[in-house]
Design a protein around this ligand. Structure first.
Ligand code: FAD
Length: 510
């Protein structure tokens, strides 16, 4: 008999699960249910007209004078199985002409900055620059690199990134370098995030070589690529792309990918997409052989549910008897995202990707607290604007994250006026970059609980969760999405693909 699978959530994780399932198992009926009016989740690319736009709900512009602003993800990394999966998917969807590739030799790939002690520091991008010209933020770094191989290995227990790096290197590296990197990826706190779940290669290097540096220099990688992932990498038509490309994106923004996935899915006879329908409850049927999903005014029986919604949103959908452990342990941070485009005469002195700020416990004073970093979009991804706008200087200020309460004086994200976020971000541009001109285009969005934080112990909690799912739901329920095994878009695509393969292999579906 034909099986029906419900996929909850039409972000990139849910869309990808539907895509791979539809391709591998054309006989399975797939019902993708999305609560909001649009698919894509945090992927949100807007073309807007000149002026200020508060939030994006009604800003879609049709004029020729518009500019592309990314609210969510903007640059995708082509590395590993995630990179290969997403490149393969884009190929299958025939998006080659929509894609933009930034070469590893591009200044934006080479030049990255950290704000430290009153100035923007350029990070060394080669061994010679590391040895010859160390910026102030790199002061004690070389010494800590040289002594790291002699530091005894830890117990192997999960710990925070800060704890790991300050133990093996020093406090300065942990707060000012790693603290800044975690602002860039998670808008998160290096003192809370798990080393095992966010920078696995560091953890594995200590386990296998006794040292991060020795692990990096070892002939064998400390974190071997699992077979199932290598198989995805081996499928790539053009493996050179991953070697020469730093990041890639889309001419019309990342939303091209989610929209084209939706269009492809809508053409498949085995797929139905329903938007604007919130799932309110899911449960096993009385005989325990199938699942029932409920919206406000309807319910439907299915053979399997793939939850691709955030774990904390899955929790309230479950009945008391079949509640699952650990879904709400990890917090998610709020981020204010403010996009700017200035006339070309604005003097952005830096030809690189953007700058990040150190952890707030760093001795370095941050003149505008709560600024996580600024992406120089017109450097980092060019080719998204028409000739008339191609010289505009675009950038995005990200604020809040784990520092939300200090950033906006305790105002909760649902109460924050985007105009206030815009003013704060404008101040940050003035103080950090000396840019005080009025932007030609600008937009402010407050993203609530947008990035899950894999806090210490995440991996073992995930193990318990999977046990609990197996115990309570057998093969009726599975989970994917940014809450579990990686927050990047390529990770979301990869993990949905691996989940679908696994379910088909186990005979749970298809
Ligand atoms: P989501 O996008 O959260 O999708 C979940 C979907 O489920 C949503 O559409 C939601 O409406 C729906 N839903 C929730 N509850 C229900 C319900 N009860 N019933 C039905 N539907 C429901 N990654 C990169 O790789 N590169 C970047 O440059 C990058 N930049 C980022 C910048 C920002 C500001 C943010 C926030 C993230 C960024 N990321 C980036 C990370 C990446 O965008 C996200 O982790 C990823 O898009 C998450 O996808 P998802 O499908 O797992 O979850």
């Amino acid at each position: 008999t034909q099986q029906t699978v419900a996929i909850l959530g039409g972000g990139i994780s849910g869309l990808s699960a539907a895509y791979y399932l539809s391709k591998s198992s054309p006989k399975t009926k797939i019902l993708l249910v999305e609560g909001s009016k649009r698919v894509g989740g945090w992927i949100n690319s807007q073309r807007v007209s000149p002026g200020f736009h508060a939030s994006t709900s009604s800003t879609k512009s049709t004029s020729n004078d518009d500019i592309l602003f990314e609210v969510g993800p903007r640059s995708l990394r082509p590395v590993g199985a995630g990179g290969a999966a997403i490149l393969g998917m884009a190929n299958d969807l025939q998006l080659q002409n929509e894609m933009l590739f930034v070469s590893k030799s591009d200044p934006s790939a080479k030049n990255r900055y950290i704000y430290y002690n009153g100035e923007i520091n350029t990070l060394p991008n080669s061994l010679s620059s590391l040895l010859l010209k160390q910026p102030p933020v790199f002061k004690s770094v070389l010494k800590s690199i040289l002594s790291e191989p002699f530091v005894n290995a830890g117990s192997g227990q999960d710990e925070s990134l800060y704890s790991f790096v300050s133990r093996r290197f020093n406090d300065h590296v942990a707060l000012n370098l790693v603290g800044a990197v975690t602002h860039g990826i998670y808008a998160g706190d290096a003192k809370q995030l798990s080393v095992k779940s966010t920078m696995r290669m560091l953890y594995d290097a200590e386990r296998s070589s006794g040292s991060v540096i020795k692990g990096m220099l070892a002939s064998k990688p400390s974190t071997p690529i699992p077979k199932v992932e290598q198989a995805i990498i081996d499928e790539l038509n053009d493996p050179d792309i991953t070697k020469t490309t730093s990041v890639f994106g889309f001419r019309n923004g990342t939303e091209t990918l989610s929209n084209e996935l939706k269009n492809w899915l809508q053409q498949q006879p085995n797929v139905t997409i329903i938007t604007n329908k919130h799932i309110k409850k899911i449960d096993k049927t009385a005989d325990g052989n199938s699942m029932k999903i409920y919206s406000d005014n309807a319910s439907v029986c299915v053979d399997h549910v793939i939850s691709a919604i955030p774990s904390r949103k899955l929790d309230p959908l479950l009945t008391k008897d079949n509640a699952l452990v650990n879904l709400t342990v990890n917090p998610s941070v709020n981020v204010a995202v403010v996009n700017f485009a200035f006339e070309e005469d604005v003097d952005l002195k830096y030809n690189g990707f953007g700058f990040l700020t150190p952890h707030p416990d760093s001795s370095c004073q941050l003149p505008v607290p709560g600024t996580l970093g600024v992406v120089f979009d017109s450097n980092a991804m060019y080719g998204q604007e028409n000739a008339q706008n191609s010289k505009l200087v675009k950038m995005t200020v990200m604020m809040g994250g784990h520092m939300w309460n200090k950033t906006f004086g305790g105002v909760q994200p649902n109460k924050l006026d985007p105009q206030i976020a815009f003013e704060r971000a404008s101040k940050a541009l003035g103080v950090y970059l000396g840019i005080t001109q009025k932007p030609k285009f600008s937009m402010a969005n407050v993203l609530q609980e947008c990035i899950p934080q894999y806090i210490v112990g995440h991996e073992s909690r995930l193990g318990e969760l999977h046990q609990d799912i197996k115990h309570k739901y057998k093969h009726l329920l599975s989970v994917t999405g940014a809450s579990y095994l990686g927050v990047s878009v390529p990770d979301c695509v990869k993990n949905s693909r691996l989940l679908v393969n696994d379910l088909l292999d186990k005979g749970a579906l298809g």
